[in-house]
Design a binder for this molecule. Structure first.
Ligand SMILES: [Zn+2]
Length: 277
């Protein structure tokens, strides 16, 4: 083989190989409040640009077209219409994307443990000590090039309460948004990591009961609540499908289930967008 042809072959192999390394699965594009927008930055520089939405750092990964893609978590409270991400590159610029509206159903939930709906002063004091731990965990940002964004279901069961529902507890007037996906399963059903990640927080909290938080990189964080048993600790590295604990009914619940939260740029989004259709 002549030298030039050999070089050309090596070159095309390297290009193929490098794009294979960088291109990765993305969540589904669903630009609604509580959804995810995939915004093509139309840029294939070596370095990923830094992108922000509502002053929060946003995940940026290489798409299959070799362009950098911003993977933007959209708050449930955001109004439909045109919104902008800001790109901190050599030439600082803004890029627009459109958010369409979505109606979420209103539902009442009956909680028999009244203290979980109308907590005592001591309960609220306990909650105010626990809350900052959760707030800090959801803000975690870990630099890494590849982010595992195609998930498997963390538990086998029935989807009992959808993400985004507007809910009242025990017919009280106050409306709260359901910021996770509920999977009902018997006490003791195993829960697994939906994707590779690192455990960053575990604990027993007033509202969320037995809780595990996993960091998957670049602001993609998942949260598991109401566990009867936790079998991991902060610092544990997990592979997709690895056991983390068991379904329970600890915290504010109406029965045994897993309350599963997916957070992107510190914004809770629809977990189903990370699962196969
Ligand atoms: Zn829930």
């Amino acid at each position: 083989m002549n030298k030039l042809l050999y070089r050309k072959l090596i070159c095309s192999f390297l290009i193929l190989f490098s794009s294979a390394v960088f291109a990765q699965d993305l969540p589904r594009h669903n630009p609604v409040p509580g959804g995810v927008a995939i915004v093509d930055l139309k840029n294939n520089d070596n370095m990923a640009p830094k992108v922000y939405f509502l002053k929060r750092r946003v995940m940026v990964v290489k798409g299959k077209n070799d362009h950098w893609q911003a993977v933007v978590g959209i708050p449930l409270s955001l109004t439909a219409g045109k919104h902008k991400i800001s790109i901190k590159a050599a030439d600082k610029k803004m890029l627009g994307f459109k958010v369409t509206s979505k109606e979420y159903e209103l539902r009442n939930i009956t909680i028999s443990n009244k203290r979980k709906v109308s907590p005592t002063k001591a309960d609220l004091d306990r909650h105010s000590k626990e809350k900052p731990l959760m707030v800090a965990a959801l803000k975690t940002w870990t630099e890494q090039q590849q982010v595992p964004a195609s998930f498997i279901l963390p538990v086998k069961g029935r989807l009992s309460s959808e993400f985004g529902l507007r809910r009242t507890y025990n017919k009280q007037k106050r409306i709260r948004r359901h910021t996770g996906l509920d999977i009902a399963a018997p006490n003791g059903t195993p829960i697994v990591a939906p994707a590779k990640g690192r455990v960053i927080l575990t604990g027993e909290y007033f509202f969320t009961g037995g809780t595990v938080v996993i960091d998957h990189g670049q602001g993609l964080i998942t949260l598991y609540c109401h566990l009867s048993k936790t079998d991991v600790k902060a610092g544990d590295e997990l592979l997709q499908g690895e056991h983390i604990g068991e379904v329970g009914s600890t915290g504010r619940v109406s029965g045994p289930h897993l309350h599963w939260v997916v957070s992107l740029n510190n914004t809770k989004v629809e977990p189903k967008l990370f699962l196969p259709e």
